[in-house]
Design a protein. Structure first.
Length: 640
């Protein structure tokens, strides 16, 4: 309001981006109108250094008596951390050019000490939650202040409060980690939110979203030959709660490998317990396979199956091409002649289901173990660390030779003598794995080892497409997110859309950053990623494009956008640090001294004009009097 012509002013906004709202102009009304549009944002953005550089570009090259860059900020160190060399070069060039005529003044709008607690991180341990398991949410809480403070937090799933933490004493400038455990009983894709229960200086960082993916149970169909023992009798022989004693006391030939497999995939269910591992198994014979709807399963296991009908092979081949998995046990109960004629042979319409042809069964005089130097496959890689599972104790007594392998087949693991134990082949989006051993106790001790359950769970996840771990979709507001869209539901999509979600509490529509963003159409790149525009704080769903007016249906992936954790740090920059960045022309001024900002250089302009007018007036009067006196003197001389 105090700026008058010929002085000029401009307005620069430093938020999620640096914007010159009004250029240098003598009319201050445009800057005042633009000032009303400035609102707080959820991120630290490019930082104040880039904003000062943009202001330097406005005043550089102008011959002014005095130039001022006035920065209104809270002087938190986080806003000055981003220092691009190009921005610093522009600032230094301007200060050298203008010299003493340039002032960079920082107005401190916040008190020197602020007590604030914030949720700086929240995520699901393990990335995804299996149905029937507990969701473990780990939250990190930071306290900025000198005195310790008691903080407590609450966890909500899909808007319902499900857990609360006990008060935790967080020291000044320290952090605390709080873990919540909440049971989930249905498959869902949504959000969980961790919220502080005590109010503090800032409300925007008291809550944090995290995507919650509760995956449905992995449904596995086990198909066994008609000649195998019934699974129920084998499970009864295992004995609920009898542990390994039943195994030791039972003759090795009476324990069916398919029953062992069903037991290890979900032991709690077989024992009648309420919880489980997230794997649901169904056991059928080859004769009843035609009655099963294969589309509801994620993995099919063929245990000691020697042959299948042409219709069954066509259905299973289509099952694999759609992104599902098949596991084939080629143990001693398989007839290699029938197997190679059916599962190992392809037709013009479909390729062979098995990745290799079976040979004779070999009985080893000296048991062989797993080659520990060939564990690079994603299923086997964790077993290189014996803390994750020790395969060195596994010994095989009987294995199956492979007469030939498909050209595109890959060996997953092999025995110590180099003979393959597991062979894999991809078929479009799905996979087929052939094992050359059985699970019966007279063929190997694999079922007795501690690594056996982990190995079978990882193998089932790999065939179901669930083994690959993706970084959680948690992004910082104001930044450009890149999302991986390589999962099977998006396999054939060239475009996706990002839709704001209606999340109770903090949403993209009602977030602290202003209005909601519209739906974004995202193009899928060849490397199966999408690039989205900068997002505001809230929840979003990544999904297939909808028709106009259609509601959301089908697969949708939750994406959480939270405020920048740097915004929750309260430490401030002092005058020495400001001068080190912006030069000797920079100084800090308190907010109550705004009156000292009067622009210097033209304060006496009006007085100067008045004095000039008076001088010219006096000169005119003196000249008039002098001329009148001279004329009178000349007239008197003429009369004489």
């Amino acid at each position: 309001n105090e700026i008058r012509s010929p002085s000029r002013c401009a307005l620069v906004e430093g938020g999620e981006d640096i914007r010159v709202l009004t250029p240098l102009m003598s009319d201050r009304s445009a800057a005042l109108r633009a000032l009303r549009s400035v609102v707080p944002c959820d991120s630290s953005g490019p930082g104040l250094v880039k904003a000062v550089a943009a202001a330097c570009d406005l005043v550089r090259g102008r011959r002014e008596v005095r130039s001022q860059i006035v920065v209104f900020a809270d002087l938190r160190a986080s806003s000055l951390e981003a220092r691009r060399q190009e921005d610093l070069r522009r600032i230094r060039a301007t200060t050298r050019e203008l010299g003493q005529a340039l002032d960079i003044i920082f107005i401190n709008l916040a008190p020197e000490k602020t007590e604030n607690s914030a949720v700086t991180d929240a995520r699901i341990r393990g990335g995804e939650v299996r149905l029937g398991d507990d969701a473990q949410v780990v939250a990190r809480i930071m306290h900025s202040g000198e005195a310790p403070r008691q903080v407590s937090a609450a966890l909500s799933l899909s808007g319902s409060n499900v857990a609360q933490s006990r008060p935790v004493l967080v020291p000044g400038g320290g952090e605390a980690v709080i873990q919540f455990v909440a049971p989930v009983n249905r498959a869902m894709r949504g959000f969980c939110e961790v919220t502080l229960r005590e109010p503090d200086a800032f409300a925007f960082d008291d809550a944090r979203l995290a995507p919650l993916n509760v995956v449905d149970a992995c449904r596995i169909l086990i198909v066994k030959s008609e000649g195998k023992h019934a699974a129920s009798s084998s499970l009864e022989q295992l004995g609920a709660g009898s542990g390994s004693a039943a195994l030791d006391g039972e003759p090795a030939s009476s324990l069916d490998g398919s029953a062992i497999l069903r037991y290890v995939l979900n032991p709690a269910r077989e024992l009648g317990l309420s919880y489980g591992t997230g794997y649901e198994t169904s056991l059928v014979t080859v004769d009843t396979l035609a009655l099963q709807p294969l589309s509801k399963y994620d993995v099919i296991i063929l245990y000691d199956v020697s042959q299948l009908s042409d219709n069954a092979l066509a259905d299973i081949s289509s099952f694999v091409r759609q992104g599902k998995g098949v596991l084939i046990f080629g143990s001693g109960g398989v007839n290699p002649l029938f197997f190679n004629r059916t599962l190992g042979a392809g037709t013009a319409e479909r390729p062979a289901l098995s990745p290799a042809l079976l040979g004779n069964e070999r009985e080893l005089a000296t048991p062989l173990g797993v080659d520990q130097t060939a564990l690079s496959h994603p299923v086997m890689a964790p077993f290189r660390d014996k803390m994750q599972g020790d395969l060195s104790a596994v010994r095989f007594v009987r294995t199956r030779d492979l007469s030939s392998m498909a050209d595109d087949a890959v060996v997953m693991c092999r025995a110590e003598d180099g003979v393959p134990l597991a062979v894999e082949r991809r078929s479009e989006q799905g996979r087929v794995v052939l094992l050359t051993f059985g699970l019966e106790l007279n063929q190997s001790n694999l079922a007795r080892t501690r690594a056996f359950p982990v190995l079978m769970w990882r193998l089932a996840d790999y065939l179901a497409g669930r083994l690959g771990e993706r970084r959680p979709d948690i992004f910082v507001a104001g930044r450009t997110p890149v999302l991986d869209v390589s999962e099977a539901p998006f396999a054939f999509q060239t475009e996706l859309e990002l839709v704001p979600a209606q999340v109770p509490g903090v949403t993209a529509e009602t977030g602290s950053s202003a209005t909601a963003q519209s739906v974004q159409r995202l193009v899928v790149s060849p490397d199966r990623t999408v690039l989205a525009a900068a997002l505001r704080r809230g929840g979003y769903f990544l999904q297939k494009p909808r028709l106009d007016g259609a509601s959301r249906s089908g697969y949708a992936r939750p994406v959480a956008v939270d405020s920048d954790p740097a915004e929750s740090r309260m430490e401030k920059m002092n005058a020495a640090e400001i001068a080190a960045i912006f030069g000797s022309s920079a100084r800090i001024l308190a907010a109550d001294r705004l009156g000292d900002l009067a622009v210097t250089g033209f304060e006496f302009w009006t007085v100067f004009l008045v004095l000039m007018v008076l001088a010219y007036g006096i000169e005119a009067v003196v000249g008039f009097i002098t001329n009148v006196t001279r004329e009178r003197s000349r007239a008197k001389g003429g009369a004489a």
